[in-house]
Design a binder for this molecule. Structure first.
Ligand code: CA
Length: 359
């Protein structure tokens, strides 16, 4: 009997130990987003990643996603992941160019690469190598987290007929595009997404850029600023996942693989979701919002924007060798990639427009 009892005790002890070691293996991470949870499709990648990680790990890898409505720090994601209070973030690199201008190359630059070109540079050129090198300085890893495709040039209260019309304009336009606009006399402000409509409505700003029709229409900007311009400044803006490097290194290899593969899948999915939303939104605009005036900036304004872009980039390159190194690599890749984009996408679309009468 005693032997029988001690056998049971031994079995129980093993069970307790096993369950506590399983318990210890359960990973609980927090992820901070720069956007409110409701702001799809840009909030979709983090939310979907958390769902897939939970399912793929049989509930052992839990990522709690917190939107800007919870963290109250839309532009604080960099510091929160760097400091380790959050193991992950979903944000965009160019929000933090005040800390390090080289970060701009991992979102988008005015007159830069389209999403196809940029993804090729990230994954099959030197993009990821540079991203790893730059973010290592801050104890973080960064991964592409969803692309918007070509963004629209923004919403303006009045028509822009010349460079003079830009002077004194108050505009929300982040990244290097903001620096370019500043050179052209615009007073540039950076406001988190959740506060944009109010700022425009109250006249705190006269113009803003956000993303494209899918995301812009539901923000209601057209009600107060009806001039909607085609893009030049964010040809392929990439959101990024941040991962605290120490936290990542502690993961078992299979979770590392799941996470990296999962991030790539949800990033691709964001482009699809945003594209589909924009298709729907553009039809809605045509049919239900006749007050929206779609415009392209005059060629003189576009040329001034290009000249100012070159000046801004060269000024930073002159001060910062890392910036210069990445810029040279990015630009030489863009030059080669654009030849192929023109041969494939551009000539197909041009031919299609001629024979299918696309408007
Ligand atoms: Ca934008």
């Amino acid at each position: 009997m005693r032997r029988y009892l001690s056998g049971i005790i031994a079995v129980l002890a093993v069970m307790v130990l096993t369950s506590s070691s399983l318990q210890a293996k359960k990973i609980r991470w927090r992820l901070a987003m720069s956007w409110p949870t409701s702001l799809t499709p840009i909030s979709s990648p983090a939310i979907k990643l958390a769902k897939y990680m939970k399912e793929m790990s049989d509930g052992k890898f839990i990522i709690k996603v917190e939107g800007a409505e919870k963290t109250k720090a839309a532009l604080g994601v960099f510091d929160m992941v760097k400091g380790g209070s959050y193991q992950m973030g979903h944000t965009t690199s160019y929000f933090y160019i005040g800390k390090d201008p080289s970060l701009v190359w991992f979102t988008t630059v005015p007159w830069g690469m389209t999403k196809d070109e940029q993804y090729a540079w990230f994954y099959y050129g030197n993009g990821m190598k540079y991203m790893k090198k730059v973010y290592a300085k801050y104890g973080m890893l960064a991964f592409p987290g969803g692309n918007t495709g070509v963004q629209m040039g923004g919403w303006f209260r009045k028509e822009i007929k010349s460079v003079d019309d830009l002077k004194g304009l108050k505009m929300r336009i982040p990244g290097f595009a903001g620096k370019v606009m500043a050179k052209l006399g615009v007073s540039v402000v950076n406001i988190p997404g959740g506060e944009l409509y109010t700022s425009l409505d109250r006249g705190t700003i006269d113009a803003l850029e956000w993303v494209g029709p899918g995301m812009d229409i539901k923000m209601g900007f057209y009600k107060v600023a009806p001039y909607y311009y085609t893009g030049w400044h964010e040809p392929g803006a990439e959101a990024l996942f941040y991962v605290n490097k120490k936290a990542f290194e502690k993961l078992p290899q299979k979770y590392k693989t799941m996470l990296v593969t999962g991030m790539k899948a949800v990033a691709a999915d964001m482009f699809m979701e945003n594209f589909a939303d924009s298709v729907t939104a553009w039809q809605k605009m045509i049919k239900e919002m006749p007050n929206i005036k779609v415009k392209t900036f005059p060629i003189s304004v576009l040329k001034a924007m290009k000249k100012a872009t070159d000046e801004v980039l060269n000024e930073y390159a002159a001060k910062d060798p890392t910036f210069k190194e990445i810029m040279n690599d990015y630009m030489s890749y863009q030059k080669k990639a654009r030849v192929w984009t023109m041969m494939s996408e551009y000539y197909y679309l041009k031919a299609s427009q001629e024979v299918q009468n696309v408007k």
